[in-house]
Design a binder for this molecule. Structure first.
Ligand SMILES: [Zn+2]
Ligand SMILES: [Zn+2]
Length: 156
């Protein structure tokens, strides 16, 4: 059998999650996964952005449905929700996408991603010190880009 695509895996996980919850498997909910996972991996999108994108593609879906579905996706680990300073909640796909942290530019508001092994070392050390099995973390750096025309930076 052909290897399952990330999207198929995500849908399977969501299906099982809805079953366990006793929630309905509506096509609208699954179309939200389709569109979230069709975005580039490093894209962070808000409810309004996803709503407009889906409307433009001809979906009939309400903001409320998108909002609720995204929160369900967060609950079952398929999406991560970010609440950056001065920004509405942003979502990004989570399955197969490695954990990373964010830098938000105070000037242009652009979000850039980074990851640094030393953060894992801190998690291990602090976990031992606090006698806790650390499961996740969030780290956001806010700063003034020192790069001319920072808003035009290509995201790598
Ligand atoms: Zn990100
Ligand atoms: Zn900037």
């Amino acid at each position: 059998m052909a290897e399952q695509s990330v999207l198929e895996k995500a849908k399977k996980i969501f299906e099982n999650f809805l079953l366990r919850q006793g929630s309905r498997k509506t096509p609208e909910r699954f179309s939200v996964i389709d569109e979230l996972y069709a975005l580039p991996q490093d894209e962070h999108i808000d409810v309004e952005g996803l709503f407009l994108l889906m409307r433009n593609k001809g979906y009939t879906i309400s903001r409320a449905t998108i909002y609720n579905t995204l929160d369900l996706l967060v609950e079952c680990g398929l999406a991560v929700k970010h609440q950056f300073k001065d920004k509405v909640a942003l979502y990004e796909q989570a399955l197969t996408y490695q954990h990373h942290d964010h830098h938000v530019c105070n000037q242009c508001r652009k979000i850039r991603e980074f990851s640094d092994e030393r953060i894992n070392a801190i998690k291990e050390t602090m976990g031992r010190e606090l006698q806790s099995a650390i499961t996740s973390h969030s780290l956001v750096l806010y700063g003034d880009c020192q790069i001319e025309n920072c808003e035009n930076l290509a995201i790598v």
